[in-house]
Design a protein. Structure first.
Length: 256
């Protein structure tokens, strides 16, 4: 069950990925599942699930890209699973994505976007950053960071994952804003800082439950401090040759 840690090359520095960092968190239910069904069977199911997740993420990205290219509202864009060449096992999950999109029409800002924190030395690829207009298209939108999941449940470490993405995105756009050539561009970058994080679970076998399968989270510094604990444990378990083990301490999350 041991996975090789993933790192991002950021300006010549190796920053561990958010998913690798969260991988150090114990998962008792997963260990029990392995014990009940055996390593070979469980690994096959995990590989199959990973393939479904990859195909679904790719198709969601294509869906929003297609909508933007055609200057069409995503909610009205072509929705056929066949069009996006999804495997049969993705059919229900894709239907759930379409149901979610009807309930929450979104305008994509960034898709599969790499964010990183020079302050805390980690990186990751967020699934998407979107504009959402809860009070109508003429009112100020919210910026929503979304993480798509096809797992059997929404697990506690997912909240740490989106928090880490959100903090890195906020720091990144703050830097870009500070370095912007004019006030308008600086304001635009500030607008990209996430207001909320949504974890959206697209079940592979049943229809989406809007009360249980979507978790709406506000940025929470205390949650990020828990992520830093996982980051410190990760760095301790994966020391780099001839380098001191970095220990990240809570400090100001956003640069001045």
């Amino acid at each position: 069950m041991t996975n090789t840690p993933r790192y991002y090359d950021i300006g010549g520095n190796k920053y561990p990925s958010v998913t690798s960092v969260c991988g150090v968190i114990a998962k008792p239910a997963l260990y029990g599942w392995y014990g009940k069904h055996g390593t070979k069977t469980c690994q096959q199911l995990l590989d199959e699930s990973a393939q479904i997740g990859t195909a679904l993420h790719s198709s969601i990205q294509q869906y929003y890209d297609h909508a933007l290219t055609k200057s069409t509202s995503p909610a009205k864009s072509t929705s056929s699973a066949k069009r996006f060449k999804l495997p049969p096992l993705c059919k229900t999950a894709w239907s759930n994505f379409r149901a979610f999109n009807r309930q929450y029409p979104l305008r994509p800002l960034f898709l599969e976007y790499v964010v990183y924190s020079d302050l805390f030395k980690y990186a990751g690829c967020l699934d998407g950053l979107f504009e959402y207009f809860p009070d109508g298209p003429k009112r100020k939108p919210k910026t929503i960071l979304i993480d798509w999941k096809t797992s059997g449940s929404i697990y506690p470490e997912y909240a740490l994952q989106v928090e880490a993405y959100g903090v890195a995105a906020a720091q990144q756009f703050a830097r870009l804003s500070n370095d912007a050539a004019d006030t308008a561009m600086a304001k635009q970058y500030r607008r990209y800082v996430p207001d909320e994080y949504w974890i959206v679970r697209l079940d592979k076998h049943r229809a989406i439950d809007f009360d249980k399968d979507i978790q709406h989270l506000q940025p929470d510094e205390s949650r990020f401090i828990v992520f830093l604990s996982a980051l410190n444990l990760f760095n301790y378990l994966h020391p780099r040759k001839d380098e001191p083990i970095p220990c990240q301490k809570p400090q100001t999350i956003l640069p001045n």
